[in-house]
Design a binder for this molecule. Structure first.
Ligand code: HEC
Ligand code: HEC
Length: 489
């Protein structure tokens, strides 16, 4: 191993074992020499840097039934193993809220679990999509609002031994149908647990979860392999969770615009957690068109507080002059350009984008796995393209989706618009009613360092809050007007 490689490994290990500053990491990677951060435009330097972006072309999507999609999402068996139903109730008790007003067994479960029959016919409880894609804001439950308070800061397999001992106690042996109905879920959790830990609460490791799962599965028949087929990267790059109601405008899925073809096929990625092989995937594939129809049917929630309409009208003009070229227009004359903006032009944290656009053992394996295996077969294939850069998202319902940017690094819209005011370390209460209608986003406290998981530390790799300086050129009054307009979207 060369000297540079050894140094890199050491820094990477340091980054995992404790935490490291982004500069150390970038220096080790040699990244700081190549990329200069965006210099914000100043009045002395009126020349605008050229924006590099490319439109993403539309691709045909399958047509489905929204109501059937809702039923399938909230009661269907796209998860194929889990904790035996009785054991789940013994462990967690019956949920009394029934937020989704479901019937039968599901009425006893939290909204983010479905009661399903495992592949061997045993009734189990498995996690559903709403683990990450439904949330409560100001006391109101909103389907499709990305989870803003999930806690992935600990190894989720730590409790596996206790759970497994309990299952053996209840059902006798690992050969019992009940234990067998749990077995695949258990293996997945043990693979994921230590490999998908985030460094603060409120960010999501779904990209990394997918990587770990595909490392453990054959790309053609999707069967599980105990020893990963590729070395799993030691780091976990965090993301936010995009709101589902935005998807109907998008030509590509994900912050990095990775999936350019069939959206429904990509949903089956979640089933990799629990299925035994492609037989289940083929069954789920017949229903994902309905899930897509349901997601397409969702609308952004309306801003629930007062809006100064005069100020918002001023903001609309400013928005259309400064922001619409990337984010589109709203209201009667709606348009959306579907632009993938190059990293050098957006300047936000590059780690997530780089993870798919730069060659590495894991990335090469990942792209090949999806683009040449089962997911690329049939009439509705997936097609992943790690082009680099971030999609300029539609801003419908943007008031509800704090924190902001692809890595949830900025707590309020006011801070998105004024990059100098973004806090380096900030904490929040994770109370869904601790909402700031002045700065639009979460109430937060500026901290001087990260002392616990409730503090977001923007100096960590992948957690940076730099870039997107387009609001900086506006005056304070103009920013207030744009902020008011954003509430109306
Ligand atoms: C563990 C959390 C988690 C679960 C469970 C999950 N997702 Fe996601 N989902 C995410 C995250 C995070 C992203 C964004 C990832 C990115 O862009 O890098 C995402 C992205 C998406 C998108 C793309 C949205 C866009 O605008 O680009 C769709 C659609 C979606 N998920 C649907 C589903 C469906 C359907 C299920 C269940 C079958 C599901 N997800 C399960 C976390 C999750
Ligand atoms: C050159 C294209 C471009 C321009 C101009 C632009 N944006 Fe953006 N915007 C983006 C991209 C790309 C992202 C996603 C960046 C990321 O997540 O890393 C983004 C993200 C955002 C977000 C966060 C979205 C979220 O869900 O977290 C907001 C809010 C936003 N922009 C508002 C504005 C406003 C207001 C203006 C005008 C003052 C503006 N943008 C100008 C490209 C642009």
């Amino acid at each position: 191993m060369g000297k540079r490689a050894t140094h890199l490994l050491m820094v990477v290990l340091l980054c995992i074992s404790t935490s490291c500053s982004k500069n150390e990491f970038e220096e080790a990677l040699g990244a700081s020499s190549g990329q200069t951060p965006n210099t914000p435009e100043t009045p002395e330097n009126p020349e605008q840097p050229e924006i590099k972006s490319s439109p993403i072309a539309a691709s045909a999507q399958r047509v489905g039934n929204a109501q059937a999609g809702y039923e399938y999402l909230t009661t269907g068996n796209y998860m194929a193993s889990g904790v035996p139903f009785q054991a789940f109730l013994l462990g967690f008790g019956e949920s009394t809220t029934n937020v989704l007003q479901r019937e039968g067994d599901n009425a006893k479960l939290p909204y983010d679990y479905n009661a399903v029959l495992a592949e061997n016919g045993v009734k189990v409880v498995g996690p559903n999509c709403m683990q990450c894609h439904a949330s409560t804001l100001n006391g109101e439950f909103i389907m499709g609002l990305g989870s803003h308070n999930g806690d992935f800061t600990f190894d989720r397999s730590l409790n596996s031994p206790i759970l497994e001992a309990a299952l053996l106690n209840l059902y006798g042996s690992t050969d019992s149908p009940e234990y067998q109905a749990y077995a695949q879920f258990g293996k997945s959790i043990k693979a994921i647990g230590p490999n998908t830990i985030t460094k603060s609460r409120g960010v999501n490791p779904a990209d990394k979860i997918t990587k770990v799962l595909v490392a453990h599965r054959d790309k053609d028949d999707l069967s599980w392999v105990d020893d990963p087929k590729v070395t799993i990267d030691p780091y976990t790059i965090p993301t936010d969770v995009p709101a589902w109601w935005l998807l109907k405008k998008k030509n590509a899925m994900f912050y990095h615009g990775l999936n350019r073809k069939d959206f429904g096929k990509a949903f089956i990625g979640s089933s990799l957690l629990t299925m035994s092989d492609k037989v289940k995937a083929e069954e789920v594939d017949l229903r994902v068109n309905d899930i897509l129809a349901y997601i397409y049917s969702l609308e952004a929630p309306e801003y629930p507080y007062e809006i100064d309409q005069g100020l918002a009208d001023t903001g609309k003009v400013l928005f259309e002059n400064n922001c619409s070229s990337c984010h589109g227009t709203y209201g009667s004359n709606e348009s959306y350009p579907n632009l993938l903006v190059a990293l050098e032009s957006i300047g936000t944290d590059p780690a997530l984008s780089n993870d798919y656009s730069q060659a590495s053992e894991m990335n090469d394996y990942f792209l090949d796995w999806f683009n040449t295996g089962w997911f690329a077969q049939g009439d509705a294939p997936i097609a992943l393209k790690g082009e680099g850069g971030y999609v300029a998202p539609p801003l419908d319902g943007i008031w509800a989706t704090a924190p902001y940017l692809h890595n949830a690094s900025v707590p309020t819209l006011a801070d998105v618009l004024d990059s100098k005011n973004r806090p380096t370390y900030w904490s929040r209460t994770f109370d869904d009613a601790d909402y700031d209608s002045t700065k639009v986003g979460w109430n937060y406290k500026v901290e001087s360092s990260q002392t616990n998981k409730n503090t977001y530390n923007t100096t960590l790799v992948g957690y940076g809050n730099e870039g997107h300086t387009f609001g900086d050129v506006l005056s304070d009054t103009e920013r207030k007007a744009v902020l008011e307009y954003l509430k109306t979207l």
